[in-house]
Write a protein that binds this ligand. Structure first.
Ligand SMILES: [Zn+2]
Length: 290
């Protein structure tokens, strides 16, 4: 098994060349080259919120340059719908898993069913799985049980993990350490510290950044994103949730990923085209697309 995401020890983790405040500028969307595409590494396009206009949403995404989308499952019941959607439409990559916020819908047999499902159906990753210590009423032991089970499956089948961590970055890092066997993947919607990002990167995990970075008040996240090596960054929308500042109050869509791209490029003082190319390459390598 190869782990493609270990950072060479001699490379500085922090991108010291950038000054967050000096380099920030908003790049107008009109300058974007139509030949450069973006990879939305996390969008729940199978969610019922899109049942009424999924074809239109997908068309708009492609028109905005979002050519590929990773769609993570949340419950076993939705795996067939997700599988059918990804077979039907080019550029959609499924991940199958059991999300911690849907704990009451998971059965004890779902972990075995997941492994069987993954042996039959091609998948880009295992997930969405992880720990949510924010949502009240979610039994932490049971969350850990399903996370550990999915870590075993990902390791066994040599698939990346799509991890959810809310108020649980330390706990997730500890789980990955204690697992003791090689894993790789992405921690989506990252909002932890630069030190936590560094630890995750060393453990083989990329950092997924979405709408929250576009909010001016997210100062710590914006500084962290400006300093991270581009090799560990993935872009995401988490549609239909977490719209950026420009789309506040609306249902989020993959087409809105351009706002995230432009914002991060501005924070890092980079050309959005270069950032689009780099993060798309990161996603295609992690999820072994193409
Ligand atoms: Zn999600």
């Amino acid at each position: 098994m190869t782990i493609g995401f270990k950072q060479p020890d001699n490379e500085p983790f922090i991108n010291n060349a950038r000054s967050v405040h000096a380099s920030f500028q908003r790049t107008p969307m009109t300058n974007f080259c139509p030949h450069v595409t973006i990879f939305d590494s996390h969008a729940h396009l199978d969610a019922p919120e899109f049942d009424g206009d999924r074809a239109r949403v997908l068309r708009d995404a492609r028109a905005a340059g979002v050519a590929e989308i990773l769609i993570p499952a949340v419950t076993a019941a939705n795996w067939p719908k997700l599988q059918a959607l990804c077979v039907r439409e080019p550029g959609l990559h499924p991940a199958y898993g059991l999300h911690p916020c849907y704990l009451d819908q998971h059965n004890e047999g779902d972990l075995a069913a997941l492994e069987q499902w993954l042996q039959i159906h091609p998948a880009a990753a295992v997930g969405e799985c992880g720990l949510d210590y924010m949502e009240p009423g979610l039994d932490r032991e049971r969350q850990l049980h399903f996370l550990r089970g999915q870590m075993e499956i990902a390791h066994h089948l040599d698939l990346p993990l799509v991890l959810h961590a809310r108020r649980a970055f330390e706990a997730v890092i500890m789980e990955l350490r204690q697992f003791g066997k090689p894993l790789r993947g992405v921690v989506h919607s990252f909002s932890g510290s630069a030190e936590q990002a560094r630890q995750l990167w060393k453990l083989g995990f990329l950092i997924g950044i979405g709408g929250p970075v576009t909010h001016e008040r997210a100062q710590r996240l914006r500084k962290t994103v400006a300093m991270l090596p581009v090799e560990c960054l993935l872009l995401e929308t988490d549609a239909p949730d977490q719209p950026g500042a420009r789309y506040k109050g609306q249902r989020n869509e993959p087409a809105f990923l351009r706002e995230v791209l432009d914002c991060i490029a501005g924070l890092r003082g980079e050309d959005p085209k270069d950032l689009a190319r780099a993060t798309t390459a990161n996603a295609r390598l992690l999820f072994r697309c193409g």
